[in-house]
Design a protein around this ligand. Structure first.
Ligand SMILES: [Zn+2]
Length: 247
């Protein structure tokens, strides 16, 4: 059930404790892909995973559309919140889902910059709140494709060419590839010297968006959906009783 489309009386009739909460960002994705890429992809994976889950209903919460994206701040249109704000927002939204009985929540993430804060807040929720929360970043769960992630590169471009082709500016993809960077960051001795993407990519792109056609996008959505479905089954079955201290 898509919560944003349902009425409260519809929601009241759902018998489940499982929910997915998409989280993403509003940030530059090169000259060819939309600022909303990360929350659009997260929402698509969350909805597909909920549809594919066959052992019961899954609540699909509306996406959190602004995340931890200060690393893209120089690119016009990028929005960001502090990690504290992001953690607090996720915690409150999971808490409100749990108050309705949907207290096993998979947070479906579409933005790499959210990952650290999301892991921390899910652990805090599970330890301290009346809910169980687990983070799931879709592009880490697509098999061999994952190593090709980049930024506005092959994977995200492929994904949107499959799900929302009108959002990819095809006439800009060639230039996006030629002017982009090959790798994320400026690395010396396993340390990244760059705090912001603008320090190593002029147009915001990392990786080659030409390497992501719509067929690859379909394969990515299938792989992410399968991974999320398996995770939902494990979360549904999990004994969420907190482990006891030794003394
Ligand atoms: Zn992205």
């Amino acid at each position: 059930m898509r919560l944003a489309d349902a009425t409260w009386t519809d929601a009241d009739g759902v018998d489940t404790d499982l929910a997915v909460l998409p989280v993403g960002s509003t940030e530059q994705h090169g000259p060819h892909a939309p600022l909303g890429t990360d929350h659009i992809t997260a929402h698509a994976v969350a909805a597909a995973g909920a549809d594919a889950y066959s052992d019961g209903e899954v609540i699909v919460a509306p996406p959190i559309t602004v995340g931890v994206s200060a690393e893209h701040r120089q690119f016009t249109g990028t929005l960001w919140v502090a990690p504290d704000t992001f953690r607090a927002t996720v915690r409150d939204v999971v808490g409100s889902l749990a108050s309705h009985g949907w207290d096993r929540v998979v947070v479906v993430n579409g933005h790499g910059g959210n990952t650290a804060a999301l892991g921390e807040v899910c652990a805090t929720i599970t330890r301290q709140d009346d809910a169980y929360a687990v983070p799931f970043t879709w592009f880490d769960a697509v098999g061999d494709h994952s190593s090709d992630m980049g930024h506005a590169g092959p994977l995200e471009t492929a994904f949107l060419r499959h799900t929302d082709p009108e959002l990819i500016r095809e006439d800009r993809v060639q230039a996006a590839a030629e002017d982009g960077a090959d790798a994320w960051g400026k690395w010396v001795s396993h340390a990244n010297l760059a705090a912001d993407a603008a320090a190593f990519t002029d147009n915001g792109v990392v990786g080659d968006p030409r390497a992501g056609d719509a067929d690859r996008g379909a394969a990515l959505l299938d792989a992410a959906t399968e991974s999320l479905c398996a995770l939902l089954a494990a979360v549904a079955d999990r004994d969420t009783t907190a482990p006891l201290p030794h003394r």
